[in-house]
Design a protein around this ligand. Structure first.
Ligand SMILES: NC(=O)c1ccc[n+]([C@@H]2O[C@H](COP(=O)([O-])OP(=O)(O)OC[C@H]3O[C@@H](n4cnc5c(N)ncnc54)[C@H](OP(=O)(O)O)[C@@H]3O)[C@@H](O)[C@H]2O)c1
Length: 227
């Protein structure tokens, strides 16, 4: 890396000021920690103010915002956005529409309004073709499909990462990538999904791409360079 935090746009090798949406746990939390270790300046959006100190302990700044409420202020003075939030598997279709679709689209609008150029979306395997997914997941996959398409058509430099089932296993740094689809379903550690999202932010050539990932044998950067 040969340049400085806060420079205009996240070209290859540049450090960025990154907003992570859905930073309290899971993939988003892993992305916060990995991005800080890589030298980026990170702002994590949380719903509960009590989650702020936990983020600050690892070197991030925290901003309180809600995909179903006020969030516009979170987008001021950042270079790039990573969307890692989700309504979760225990909520019904209503929350899926409010968070995974409408909330995601609001973040695209906020990014455009602030002149942010770079955006990486955590989507899901089969979101490119929701009818390929399990019946009980199709409403969720359709919401992700619509959000992904709106993002990719937005004019932002957007990358859509669609992982298989998420695990808390340690990251391996290696993935299998399907562009646009993988032949079979599989799983992948959240740490490897976060590492892939971070690598996308650091590789402008991934803008415009939507691809699926599961655990595999290919180093993340090599898989992305082959896109
Ligand atoms: N689970 C899987 O196997 C799987 C597979 C493929 C893709 N995905 C996608 O990956 C995403 C991340 O999964 P994960 O398991 O790593 O994380 P997760 O544990 O589902 O965490 C979701 C994050 O979203 C935040 N969030 C929820 N509603 C919000 C709202 N209204 N406004 C702002 N933030 C909100 C949560 O914050 P709070 O702490 O405030 O709740 C939390 O930080 C999922 O949501 C899903 O879309 C999941």
């Amino acid at each position: 890396m040969n340049s400085h935090v806060g420079e205009d746009s996240p070209e290859e090798g540049r450090l960025v000021h990154l907003l992570v949406i859905g930073s309290s746990r899971g993939t988003g939390r892993s992305l916060v920690e990995q991005a800080i270790r890589a030298g980026h300046q990170v702002r994590g959006m949380v719903r509960d103010p009590e989650q702020a100190s936990d983020l600050e302990r690892v070197g991030a700044t925290a901003v309180v915002g809600d995909l179903e409420g006020d969030l516009e202020h979170a987008f001021v003075d950042v270079d790039a956005v990573a969307f890692c939030a989700g309504s979760g598997s225990s909520t019904g279709p209503d929350a899926t529409l409010r968070v995974d679709l409408h909330g995601a689209v609001r973040t695209v609008d906020c990014s455009l309004a602030q002149g942010i150029e770079r955006y990486v979306m955590l989507s899901a395997i089969s979101a490119g073709d929701p009818m390929r997914g399990r019946t009980q997941l199709r409403h969720y996959l359709a919401a992700k499909h619509a959000a992904d398409r709106i993002l990719l058509a937005s004019g932002l430099q957007a990358t859509v990462v669609r992982p298989g089932g998420l695990t808390d296993d340690p990251g391996t740094g290696r993935i299998a990538l399907g562009n646009p689809q993988l032949p079979d379903r599989g799983s992948i550690p959240r740490a490897d999904v976060a590492a892939t999202m971070l690598a996308c932010l650091e590789l402008p050539a991934t803008a415009g791409a939507a691809f699926e990932i599961i655990s595999g044998d290919t180093p993340i950067e090599s898989a992305l360079h082959a896109l």
